[in-house]
Design a protein around this ligand. Structure first.
Ligand code: SF4
Length: 309
């Protein structure tokens, strides 16, 4: 849950999740829809799917006990070097260190490294090996993470109460900047959202997309295509009048993609010919598993920022 998400956001989701699935056994028997439902609002749903699949594997192949082996952990869905290292250190008290953004920043500042060299990550790793404890690996790993998260914070590090300030090069130099080397590029993609509603129903679309196929999606079209000359117009559904583009855009971010979405309003839909299009009753929308951009749009309607028609 904490991947790409802040602790304060995660806490209520985590507590609710543990109430429903207090152990791996219960989780392994769950339906994906139920796990998604509890995940709704956190985004990055592939994490939920991976967690469920990992629980199933652990239950069926390892008698419900998480194996204390780095390579085996890495073979599970969604577990890479960092997560496997963190589990080995924190859960099994083994000699591993998970280097997340917080740990990286803390160590970089402590030793005065700048994140502008190819060997930056390696330098952090070497320094960590030098200073790591000889035992209590779990405590050490957690202490490093907490130092980064609570003391050596990205903005205004709390040097006054920092236990290592006497040894800290950044503190001595009063230079706390360390450049982000691997900043992800944001890709901007533009879409049309086809907004059609009728008798308290809203039109949805069944997407054959690995990421979105488990969710109810409002129909989206690539912005590049000519809206008024689309095949869907002839084949998918018939409607009255011309579609109208609403002035207001909305944006939505998924991973490193920024979606800019223009809303296209349809008057009455006369006939649906393509069974990928279907209606959801407006009153039942809260019980549906909506994709994150669809949920955002429905919120705009509910809060009357976009008029429900
Ligand atoms: S003294 Fe300040 S900059 Fe240095 S490690 Fe502590 S909090 Fe970070």
């Amino acid at each position: 849950m904490l991947q790409q998400t802040q602790v304060k956001t995660v806490i209520p989701f985590f507590n609710k999740f543990l109430k429903v699935f207090p152990d791996l056994k219960k989780l392994s028997k769950a339906k994906l829809e139920k796990v998604y439902k509890l995940w709704q609002g956190l985004g990055y749903y592939s994490r939920a799917k991976n967690l469920l699949n990992t629980a199933k594997i652990v239950e069926s192949k390892y008698k419900g006990i998480l194996p204390a082996d780095f390579e085996t952990l890495k073979s599970f869905p969604g577990i890479g070097d960092y997560t496997a290292s963190a589990i080995m250190a924190i859960a099994f008290d083994k000699d591993f260190i998970g280097i997340d953004g917080n740990v990286e920043r803390f160590v970089a500042r402590l030793f005065g490294f700048k994140n502008n060299k190819n060997n930056f990550k390696n330098s952090i790793f070497i320094k960590l090996k030098e200073i790591k404890s000889e035992n209590n690996f779990s405590q050490f790993a957690q202490a490093l993470m907490e130092m980064g998260a609570l003391i050596c914070t990205p903005q205004n590090p709390r040097c006054v109460i920092c236990p290592v300030k006497k040894n800290c090069i950044s503190f001595k130099k009063k230079d706390f900047n360390y450049k982000i080397y691997n900043k992800k590029r944001v890709n901007i993609k533009k879409y049309y959202l086809l907004y059609a509603s009728e008798k308290n129903k809203i039109l949805f679309f069944n997407k054959k997309n690995k990421l979105l196929q488990d969710f109810a999606n409002l129909p989206l079209l690539d912005y590049k295509k000519n809206l008024f000359d689309m095949n869907f117009k002839k084949n998918s559904f018939q409607f009255e009048g011309e579609p109208k583009i609403i002035e207001k855009n909305f944006t939505h971010n998924i991973s490193n993609i920024k979606m800019i979405i223009k809303i296209v309003l349809f008057k009455r839909i006369k006939k649906i010919n393509d069974n990928k299009f279907y209606w959801i009753n407006y009153n039942k929308i809260d019980n549906s598993l909506l994709s994150s951009f669809s949920k955002k749009f429905i919120e705009l309607i509910k809060t009357k920022k976009i008029k429900y028609v």
